[in-house]
Write a new protein. Structure first.
Length: 334
């Protein structure tokens, strides 16, 4: 009789404990479902002091209980009724696997939106954005990417393969290179050349540029690439293929020459007034020349003929440029 009574009390306590746990899981499901498809109780979970929960459960530690249910589930020790009840509340059985899948989902979504996996270190996924699955909202994806790179050697091979199929970039320096190549290609598609002004920074207001490239100091990046001659043949070939200008001096001359050609097409001559500045927002002038002090630049070239190469002199002569020559008491047009 006594043993039966003890067994009955033990069973009642177990049942009461499960009912309390199930109550908490169901409430958490209602609280979490707007931002997740699962109900997660971490190992350090304690019932919040929240009116949504029964008062007698406030502050009760249930993280270890959740862990025990997960362990028993994977050992197939749970009664089917318990599994069904928790499944109906979307209880998360495998947090680690779920977190990995969320990381993959976030990376896949990022690539779908941006066309690449060049995730900046400070990037956080937006919340309440229908373009992003809700289980990825507010994820510090930039830090996730950094962590994956740091743990490359310890990651299971199957996970490495999943990331490889996705096009994951393991080395930060490679990511930086890909980003600069992508920005250069976009610049070329917009302006038709790669004579990027040193001060050029991608505007946040220009919708032709993807968000992840906004505020990119492309002018300085191009200058850095030009100064770094230690590039692999593959990377040099890739830059050559998109018209990269390696000689800055030649680039600057070509920039002025192209502007002078536009001036001649508009005005029929190349006698540029010293104070002439390329007007902005005029369709006759390509945007890359807006605000250019063309008059000052041409006068500088005219008074320094000796500093020009023969090819440059020939190109300017072909446009009809009149040179200035030095006299004893100053300069005058020839």
């Amino acid at each position: 009789m006594l043993s039966c009574l003890i067994h009955h009390r033990w069973y009642s306590n177990i049942r009461r404990s499960f009912n309390d746990f199930l109550t908490v899981v169901r409430i958490e499901h209602e609280l979490q479902k707007h931002r997740s498809n699962v109900t997660h109780l971490p190992n350090n979970y304690a019932v919040p002091h929240n009116n949504a929960f029964p008062i007698h459960l406030h502050g009760k530690a249930m993280g270890k209980i959740a862990l025990k249910y997960r362990q028993d589930y994977h050992k197939q020790k749970l009664h089917p009724d318990i599994v069904q009840a928790l499944n109906e509340a979307r209880f998360l059985w495998s947090p680690l696997g779920f977190n990995w899948n969320c990381n993959l989902l976030a990376l896949t979504t990022y690539k779908k939106i941006h066309g690449n996996l060049l995730v900046s270190k400070d990037f956080i996924t937006p919340s309440n954005d229908p373009n992003w699955p809700k289980d990825t909202w507010d994820m510090k994806l930039g830090l996730v990417v950094t962590g994956l790179r740091d743990r490359k050697d310890s990651l299971p091979q199957d996970r490495k393969e999943e990331l490889k199929k996705l096009g994951f970039i393991w080395h930060a320096i490679d990511a930086m290179w890909e980003e600069r190549m992508g920005a250069s290609k976009i610049y070329y598609s917009i302006y038709g050349h790669l004579s990027v002004p040193r001060t050029f920074i991608v505007s946040e207001d220009d919708k032709r540029w993807p968000k992840h490239l906004h505020k990119t100091p492309l002018g300085l990046q191009v200058r850095s690439i030009r100064a770094n001659q230690v590039l692999s043949p593959e990377r040099k070939s890739a830059l050559d293929a998109i018209g990269f200008v390696w000689d800055a001096t030649e680039e600057h001359f070509q920039y002025r020459l192209d502007a002078l050609k536009v001036f001649k097409n508009i005005y029929g001559h190349v006698n540029v007034p010293r104070k002439f500045i390329v007007p902005e927002d005029e369709l006759e002038w390509p945007e890359r020349f807006w605000g250019m002090k063309l008059g000052e630049m041409i006068k500088s070239i005219q008074t320094n003929k000796a500093a020009q190469t023969e090819d440059r002199v020939d190109a300017l002569n072909a446009l009809g440029l009149q040179w200035k020559r030095q006299r004893k008491f100053g300069w005058r047009e020839s």
